[in-house]
Design a protein around this ligand. Structure first.
Ligand code: AMP
Length: 403
């Protein structure tokens, strides 16, 4: 059986999934795993298609001290214990810069191009590229595909793509890219199946996870997003502040004496729900807490989603549907109920029973705006892109397998 390996590499973890290619090009998820604690307390965990545990093994810190080492251990485990020799590997790459508006088959030239965007996403891009380079060195004939979080938003018009700063900076790449594009692309394609007429209209999708953003879709294409140059802007997140007056950054530097790297660490790790509550970045813990600061953090999260929904509805000049997705959007009936309450003026009205049972359609009959809950699947999107580029390769040979 032929398989596609999907890789999502971060600074201290590598997540991976294996999809088998079934008849008619259908993809079936077989294995979902990750190595976390790279360089500190590495642990390989993986589950099969039915959620059964396949492995839970700890390693010495020096055995898995880098992302490529983690990739090598996961690859060896897949080969030796599951006889998985993927026909291609699809990677999540956070930044495709201004140039890449769709996934690409990787070669040395593409890697060199993607290196140029390290400065645009210093915390993510180097870790995304590390396994690509190590696989290319170890298995030069194995096709690899880069799928970008920014690509889906390259349909934005000039107004959505600019900041009001001198044009030279725009030329140098300071643009409103938007992120979570693979999630939005998946939701746009799922909506075509769930509600084809709605999918042709004006839809706001709220990706509410530990990272959170919202996207305005028109006819299935992104026209505006709450995220911009980096994944810091827009909604408050687990540990990131969302929209912030740049004057606050100046204050941190000039009055608090913080260096650029202190500010970066602060903005990515110490703000958002965690900073505001002083308790946790996890919505479950905040919902369970009686602390007034936990309540403030949740209230702020809901309020900002409401404000941003108004902004995106203005960009769309109206609204035909609203979709919740990702960890909080898929699982927290309480947050959904409170957000829909904020959307009342746009014509959304909740069905509390359907919301409580996490139904796909959670608005009541007669609500002017249907409200959906659609679980996202960025990995399936990456596997689909990888398969489709694999088949379009000039030298495509479906029987070709690489060790
Ligand atoms: P994600 O980044 O999409 O995996 O989402 C992760 C976040 O979803 C976690 O940090 C939690 O805050 C949140 N989450 C997951 N399950 C629930 C739940 N049942 N209720 C509230 N929040 C949840």
């Amino acid at each position: 059986m032929e398989n596609i390996l999907v890789v999502n590499a971060g600074s201290s973890s590598v997540k991976f999934q294996v999809f088998s290619i079934e008849a008619g090009g259908r993809l079936r998820r077989r294995i979902k795993g990750q190595i976390d604690g790279i360089g500190s307390r590495p642990r390989l965990k993986a589950n099969g298609a039915a959620g059964e545990s396949l492995i839970d093994r700890a390693y010495a810190a020096e055995t898995i001290s880098t992302v490529p080492a983690a990739m090598a251990v996961a690859g060896e485990w897949l080969r030796s214990e599951h006889q998985i020799h993927p026909v291609a590997v699809g990677h999540r790459v956070v930044h495709g810069g201004p140039d890449y508006d769709k996934p690409v088959l990787i070669d040395h030239r593409i890697i060199a191009n993607l290196e140029r965007y390290v400065g645009l996403a210093p915390l993510h891009q180097p870790h995304n590229l590390a396994p690509i380079r190590s696989i290319l060195a170890g298995f030069p004939a194995l096709p690899q595909v880069a799928c970008f979080d920014t690509a889906f938003h390259r349909t934005h018009g000039a107004l959505a793509d600019h900041y009001a700063i001198p044009h030279e900076l725009y030329t140098e790449g300071v643009r409103r890219y938007g992120f979570h594009g693979l999630s939005y692309e998946y939701i746009a394609s799922a909506l075509e199946q769930i509600a084809p007429d709605i999918a042709k209209g004006r839809v706001i999708v709220a990706h509410l996870g530990s990272g959170a953003s919202m996207c305005a879709l028109h006819r299935g294409q992104s026209v505006e997003s709450t995220m911009g140059f980096t994944a810091l802007d827009g909604l408050p997140m687990g540990t990131r502040p969302g929209q912030l007056d740049p004057g606050v950054v100046l204050f941190l530097i000039s009055e608090k004496g913080m260096s650029a790297s202190n500010v970066q660490n602060f903005l990515y790790r110490e703000c958002g729900l965690k900073g505001l509550s002083g308790l946790s970045n996890d919505m479950r813990e905040l919902e369970a807490s009686a602390d007034p600061k936990a309540k403030l953090a949740i209230d702020y999260f809901v309020y900002r989603i409401g404000l941003n929904a108004g902004m995106l509805a203005a960009a769309l000049q109206g609204l035909d549907a609203f979709v919740f997705t990702a960890g909080i959007g898929e699982n927290s009936a309480t947050i959904r109920a409170r957000v829909v309450d904020q959307l009342g003026w746009l014509g959304a009205s909740l069905d509390p029973v359907e919301n409580g049972r996490h139904a796909r359609l959670i608005s009541r009959t007669g609500s002017r705006i249907p409200v959906y809950v659609v679980p996202t699947d960025e990995e399936l999107m990456i596997a689909q892109h990888t398969l489709s580029l694999l088949r379009k390769r000039p030298s495509a040979n479906p029987k070709e397998k690489v060790a």
